[in-house]
Design a protein around this ligand. Structure first.
Ligand SMILES: Cc1cc2nc3c(=O)[nH]c(=O)nc-3n(C[C@H](O)[C@H](O)[C@H](O)COP(=O)(O)O)c2cc1C
Length: 353
């Protein structure tokens, strides 16, 4: 059975190991969503991961939900992201771009002309988001008209094309954490009466259409998806999560996607439930350390392991695992603070950049 240091083929690409860096928002882009020059350094420092999945990038201006988060909907975005992809490839790494449309988890001050955030239904989330004027409570979102949905789906197609234009190896759909695709999927946020709401088949329709749009660009082999069943973050819940996620994964199971990444919450063993339904590389994430990761791989419960927080303070995480070296602890105060501190200043073991 394979271990963390064995190679893995996902879709069209070959990974040097099965240690995947989780998508992590770091809030270092500028006001127009252009990644900073530091982003190239940050990702290049971590290029020894078998695969890195970027922080969520908005597929359109309406997809923005936090200050200083990046986009992938303008030529300027493509140019800046190309620097990132090139820097990673120079180090022999592999990188997927995550598309994250925040939907209702946003605020008018983050959207063009103070637009009202969109969602499947007008259900106001509890909580708030960081804006240029500090923390602001979420507002009542606007329910997307039936006639608007094809254009939103098309934004994901265009963003996928732009990510490939920027040189990314794969593109990842953020289907979790209470953002737009999960808002369609979940009963607490989707009260629609049309063909995008109601039964699980209808609630899943948006996510399936988005995946089809994304796979139409360069084939399914270069597209992955991230799901987080029962994640309560962003005030979201589903009445029948096991049924919902089993249905979605069954529907995408034969699409030939590059991978399925699952980081579940709650008490159900979603890895046991979902892995058999997906015919392709299965990435397990959320709360893993090296030992648990090795155990999952050796039991055949996953094909690769996704590590999040550990990669922030340990840019050379695979080498630390290999040597059994101590792990540095990340400073939570600098997760989203902007600037170089807590971003590109964590040293590797041998002190190299
Ligand atoms: C600072 C930070 C930012 C995150 N941003 C994202 C994101 O943009 N997209 C996403 O899918 N998950 C995001 N996550 C969740 C991680 O991808 C991962 O699932 C989570 O950290 C659990 O893994 P861990 O226990 O190994 O850290 C974020 C997590 C952290 C710590």
């Amino acid at each position: 059975m394979p271990g963390l240091f064995d190679r893995l083929r996902i879709g069209d690409i070959e990974l040097n190991n099965r240690i995947v860096m989780a998508p992590m928002t770091r809030a270092r882009a500028d006001d127009r969503g252009v990644p900073s020059e530091m982003a190239s350094t940050y990702y290049a420092q971590r290029a020894s991961a078998g695969l890195m999945i970027t922080e969520g990038a908005a597929p359109s201006a309406m997809g923005m939900g936090y200050i200083r988060t990046p986009g992938i909907y303008s030529d300027e975005h493509v140019r800046a992201w190309r620097e990132v992809a090139d820097a990673v490839h120079r180090r022999g790494g592999r990188i997927a771009m995550q598309l994250m449309h925040c939907g209702r988890i946003s605020h008018p001050s983050l959207l063009l002309d103070g637009a009202i955030p969109v969602a499947p239904s007008a259900v106001q989330p509890k909580g708030g988001t960081y804006t240029n004027e500090g923390m602001k409570a979420h507002v009542m979102p606007r329910a997307l008209e039936r006639s608007e949905i094809p254009a939103v789906v098309n934004e994901f197609r265009q963003a996928t094309a732009r990510a490939f234009e920027a040189g990314f190896d794969s593109v990842d759909l953020h289907g979790g954490a209470g953002y737009l695709p999960m808002q369609f999927l979940s009963t607490s946020t989707n009260h629609r009466m049309d063909e995008y709401g109601g039964s699980v088949e209808r609630r899943a329709r948006f996510i399936l259409e988005v995946l089809e749009a994304m796979t139409s660009v360069q084939g399914a082999q270069r597209i992955g998806i991230n799901l987080s069943p029962e994640m309560p973050f962003n005030d979201i819940a589903d009445d029948t999560p096991e049924e919902t996620y089993a249905y979605v994964v069954k529907m995408i199971g034969n699409m030939g996607l590059a991978y399925l990444h699952v980081s579940p919450y709650g008490t159900t063993d979603y890895h046991a439930l979902l892995r058999p339904l997906f015919k392709g590389p299965y990435l397990a994430g959320g709360g893993f350390d090296q030992a648990k990761g090795e155990a999952f791989l050796s039991d055949g419960r996953a094909d690769a392991i996704v590590f999040g927080g550990m990669f922030i303070a340990n840019p050379d995480l695979p080498e630390r695992f290999r040597r059994g070296a101590p792990l540095a602890k990340a400073d939570q105060a600098t997760f989203y603070s902007g600037g170089a501190k807590g971003y590109i200043d964590y040293p590797s073991l041998d002190g190299q950049d």
